[in-house]
Design a protein around this ligand. Structure first.
Ligand SMILES: [Zn+2]
Length: 399
């Protein structure tokens, strides 16, 4: 899996370089392997039925009729824009109002419903950066992040092994189960060394509870990343201090997982960082940050900023765009205002479209060059739009 990810990255880097150098030329079709589950084989049954019906009954022979074979391509006909919303903590409905750092359950759920109605679907940040650009047809990609984990109001496990019903991730999980078109996918940025968890007992039982919460998250599409061990001011830290803080967060999480008997989760851990307070390190401290590798040797995949919507709305570009900078990806603070903006401006966020490519020779669909030619033919004939295609295990840039 790691090797696979690195391959995608190196291909991506080449793609980015190529498109940066040749911005004025027609895009060379490039291929990036993506999630195989992203596309679906479909048989053009209507056309098959018409072909069959065209053969007079009297002359029907038992020779096999070739069934026209089509594949469904998922296409970004316009460049996708991915908003990344950043949550912090949660408050009960009895609180007077939601604040910058604590959103009430009611306001949070209203936001999920509004975003779902506006056609947004949650995607994994890490998958997108790695080149998997799939969302279901007609939907708009959206990323949810949460910072400063782990607080009891964000997630805490109940006696039944499920998150307690009064925690933020529990509300989101329930909503995602009831609305699979919206889903449940999160990137959690944790500071494991700046607070106790659960009841904060001096014997350290809170660590076992913390481990169980981390495990639930990792098992349920809420991936855990770095926000520094002690939520440090990176603008005031030196390279050595930053490296210690980043590594300590990683080491402590691995220690908790190992102690709980879930070392199996360690190899799936990624390497991404949200800058605390949005205060960026400079000079050698910045280099140390971008060059940080995890204990397993994973290089830094993405670094995330935070900004207010009043400073202008910024979004994540697709990784093939020259504008995409994985070391400075914007996120939007203040969820209620961000949600309101996204709902109001939903039409500015392209949806993924689908198109039937074919008819194809079923024996050649493993062949990338053959698929590219078939896509080109579909575009030339006007049956499919230009764009970035996801077909079978590949991405084709056909803009
Ligand atoms: Zn923070």
């Amino acid at each position: 899996m790691k090797i696979f990810k690195k391959n995608i990255l190196s291909i991506l880097s080449i793609t980015i370089l190529l498109s940066a150098c040749n911005a004025a030329e027609p895009a060379t079709p490039t291929t990036i392997p993506v999630d195989a589950g992203a596309t679906a084989v479909s048989m053009a049954s209507t056309m098959a039925a018409e072909t069959m019906a065209a053969i007079p009954t009297e002359t029907a022979l038992p020779t096999p009729t070739e069934t026209p074979f089509y594949l469904t391509a998922n296409i970004w006909a316009e460049e996708p824009r991915v908003p990344i919303i950043n949550y912090h903590q949660f408050a009960p409905n009895t609180s007077l109002r939601s604040t910058d750092h604590k959103i009430r359950k009611r306001d949070f759920l209203d936001g999920l419903e509004a975003l779902n109605q506006a056609g947004f679907t949650l995607i994994h940040l890490e998958d997108w950066i790695n080149g998997d650009l799939y969302v279901p047809e007609g939907r708009r990609p959206l990323v949810f992040t949460m910072d400063d984990l782990f607080y009891n109001n964000q997630i805490r496990m109940g006696e039944n092994g499920e998150p307690r019903r009064d925690t933020g991730l529990s509300f989101a999980w329930e909503y995602g189960q009831e609305h699979p078109e919206f889903g449940f996918k999160w990137s959690l940025f944790a500071n494991l060394g700046d607070k106790w968890y659960a009841d904060g007992d001096t014997e350290g039982k809170w660590k076992d509870e913390l481990a169980q919460s981390i495990i639930w998250c990792l098992d349920h599409d809420a991936r855990v990343y770095n926000h520094t061990y002690q939520h440090i001011r990176m603008d005031k830290s030196g390279a050595e201090g930053i490296l210690w803080d980043l590594e300590q967060n990683d080491l402590f999480m691995r220690e908790l997982l190992a102690k709980a008997g879930r070392e199996d989760l360690i190899e799936g851990l990624g390497n991404m960082l949200a800058i605390p307070f949005g205060y960026w390190p400079e000079g050698s401290a910045y280099s140390a940050t971008t060059n940080y590798i995890t204990p397993e040797g994973e290089p830094m995949l993405g670094i995330f900023d935070i900004d207010w919507i009043v400073n202008g709305v910024k979004f994540m570009a697709p990784p093939y765009s020259p504008e995409f900078d994985p070391m400075r990806i914007p996120r939007i603070a203040m969820p209620p205002e961000a949600v309101e903006y996204l709902v109001e401006h939903q039409e500015e966020f392209p949806t993924m479209v689908a198109c039937q490519v074919g008819p194809l020779d079923a024996e050649q669909v493993e062949n990338q060059d053959y698929l590219r030619e078939a896509i080109q033919a579909s575009i030339t004939s006007g049956s499919c739009p230009q764009g970035v295609y996801i077909l079978e295990d590949y991405t084709f840039d056909m803009r």
